[in-house]
Design a protein around this ligand. Structure first.
Ligand SMILES: [Ca+2]
Ligand SMILES: [Ca+2]
Ligand SMILES: [Ca+2]
Length: 375
């Protein structure tokens, strides 16, 4: 008995530790002053990739992708390179629009490498300026690590900072919304728990759509089983699940047309009420004042396809997005034209701290020095 107790204590820890990650600069902005065009500075010799709970280098998982992007870049004069010795085993590809961020820089791939190798690579980046008359400005260089190129941090100003992955089913096939909801929520990304994506702005809505190969499920629903806990119309779990005629969809009539996010941090947020639908263009791509089920009005983002979607044609209670124009439509759970689903990571209260990007700053003081007077 004592042996069993000891065995249990040794091999079955009661606390599941999920390591977070923070990539951080050394917080020493580099100053580049025009002495000579031969001047070269190291961007960030003190960059770290640590577990924030221990403040030691992160070792729980390797990285196979990353990027270095430039904010405030001047293509006519900025020269940003890494040391070849630090780049062994990495493939760096220059791009004018890294991961759809709108910024130039390098996308980087590698066989899975530990955080220490990525930190060495990032610390080796150098900056110089090829112009006789450099432009004074703040140049930021963003370093980010990740798992593979299907993951994208929403990097633009106003972005969520979340991660998104499109999962292709090789379709179009029948793969029910309720099935992929479970698949998404059992997926993790560096300790972040996934969920069927929730799009709450035009920026977020349009971000991943270029990766799709067809219709993709999103985390919205007006299905009674998904929304009963959210409705204010007298439903309760017991009432719904003891309704003998539920299989004939009678309870659905009470939920029909009242759409909620049913996943992620927004689970329980109402996004639409077809009963209050009076304007044919009301729900198309934008934030709109909708009448909620408690009769209040509130601004919510929706991107429904042309009126009259969502039309519940033949009984449609689950949200998907079209690849071609990033608009939404309702489908039945067993629609046969689903090509995949979008998983989002980030924003759940249970998530560990995961910061996979950081900005290093270079202040460039060139010939037009009036820029920094009073700086
Ligand atoms: Ca979201
Ligand atoms: Ca419906
Ligand atoms: Ca429809």
């Amino acid at each position: 008995m004592r042996f069993l107790l000891l065995f249990g204590l040794l091999f079955f820890p009661t606390v599941i530790y999920s390591a977070g990650i923070v990539i951080a600069t050394s917080n020493v902005p580099v100053v580049w002053i025009q002495h000579s065009i031969a001047q070269i500075v190291t961007v960030d010799a003190g960059l770290t990739i640590n577990d924030p709970q221990t403040n030691l280098p992160y070792t729980a998982q390797n990285f196979s992708a990353g990027y270095v992007l430039f904010i405030g870049y001047n293509a006519n004069e900025d020269v940003i390179t890494c040391l070849p010795s630090a780049a062994t085993g990495f493939t760096l590809t220059q791009s004018a629009n890294v991961n759809g961020s709108g910024y130039p820089g390098y996308t980087i791939t590698a066989a899975a490498k530990p955080a220490s190798s990525w930190a060495t690579l990032f610390r080796s980046f150098r900056y110089s300026n090829s112009s006789q008359q450099p432009h004074s400005r703040l140049l930021q260089i963003r370093f980010s690590v990740g798992e593979d190129q299907l993951f994208y941090a929403l990097d633009q100003p106003g972005g969520t900072g979340h991660f998104y992955k499109y999962v292709s089913l090789g379709g179009p096939i029948v793969k029910t919304w309720t099935t992929v909801k479970e698949s998404a929520s059992s997926s993790t990304y560096f300790g972040l728990t996934g969920y069927l994506a929730t799009f709450t702005s035009q920026l977020e809505n349009d971000f991943v759509v270029g990766q799709l190969d067809g219709n993709a499920w999103l985390g919205g629903s007006d299905d009674i089983f998904q929304t009963w806990t959210y409705l204010n119309s007298g439903f309760s779990k017991n009432q719904v699940f003891t309704t003998p005629t539920l299989t004939s969809n009678s309870a659905q009539t009470n939920a029909e047309g009242t759409w909620y996010w049913a996943t992620g941090p927004e689970a329980g947020t109402q996004i639409w009420d077809s009963k209050g639908y009076t304007d044919a263009n009301e729900g198309i791509h934008g934030t709109h004042n909708i009448r909620l089920s408690n009769d209040s009005l509130s601004e919510r983002f929706t991107a429904w396809a042309n009126y009259p979607e969502p039309n519940n044609a033949g009984g449609e209670n689950f949200l998907h997005i079209y690849k071609d124009n990033a608009t939404w439509n309702d489908f039945s759970n067993t629609n046969s034209s689903i090509a995949g689903y979008i998983v989002e990571y980030g924003g759940l209260p249970s998530d560990p701290t995961v910061t996979l990007r950081t900005n290093a700053s270079i202040y460039i003081y060139g010939n037009n020095t009036s820029w920094y007077i009073g700086f």
